[in-house]
Design a protein around this ligand. Structure first.
Ligand code: SF4
Length: 221
């Protein structure tokens, strides 16, 4: 894969919500705002300003860029807390002292269990482990509306799911095939449902491509 074909890390979450949704976003650059996505991006606005603040033994870095060359992922962490710790790793860029890193991903709405959010957070941790040669055992998802943190401990299953998703996204990007509709209750809340048309088996673009092909075939008959 070409070096510039890095996959946005947030697609780890999109893909585990719905493979087709990730395909539409990545290959057709389809984006449609729903009330939820507008609310989410407004709530994220405060976090997406790069800053470094220090308080007692903790440093908080917001909007931090991360990358994995192994998984071909790149993206941002909403916030990373670096806590001074004897068991941590020395980071030259924060004075050479030992810190443990703890990523925090902000999500709109109230606290809820969503495996795809956990995979996205774990992917951020895995990127930082690769970048800094450190070990990150946990992080948190902060739900903005309810002001509640949900801690996530990164298991072997989380890590395997991230690697598998990154590999499948790379394959999708290489072969440029958008997965077919897999209709589920998630479709009702999906901001792409008008474009995807999950109750019709084709997307608008598939439909147009099919009609064009049929017309071309008709011309040559
Ligand atoms: S409408 Fe359903 S199948 Fe289509 S992208 Fe959304 S979740 Fe996936």
């Amino acid at each position: 894969m070409e070096d510039d074909n890095y996959i946005p890390l947030s697609y780890i979450s999109q893909y585990n919500y719905c493979r087709r949704r990730a395909g539409l976003l990545m290959l057709e650059q389809q984006w449609s705002d729903s009330a939820d996505t507008v609310k989410g991006s407004l709530e994220h606005k405060n976090v997406h300003t790069a800053s470094i603040t220090s308080r007692n033994s903790m440093i908080t870095i917001t909007d931090m860029s991360v990358v994995s060359r192994k998984m071909h992922l790149m993206g941002k962490c909403d916030a990373v807390e670096a806590l001074l710790s004897e068991n941590g790793t020395a980071f030259p860029w924060i004075g050479g002292k030992k810190y443990e890193l703890y990523p925090i991903e902000y999500k709109h709405g109230s606290i809820r269990m969503e495996p795809e959010y956990e995979y996205q957070l774990c992917a951020q941790a895995m990127c930082m482990e690769e970048m800094f040669g450190c070990s990150i055992s946990s992080g948190a998802i902060f739900f903005i509306s309810s002001h509640r943190n949900q801690e996530v401990r990164f298991t072997k299953a989380h890590r395997e799911a991230v690697e598998k998703t990154a590999a499948e996204l790379s394959q999708m990007l290489e072969h440029k095939v958008i997965p077919k509709v897999d209709y589920s209750p998630k479709c009702l809340k999906c901001s792409l449902k008008e474009i995807c048309m999950p109750k019709v088996s084709d997307s608008v673009s598939d439909y147009l491509k099919r009609i064009t092909q049929e017309n071309e075939k008709g011309d040559t008959d």
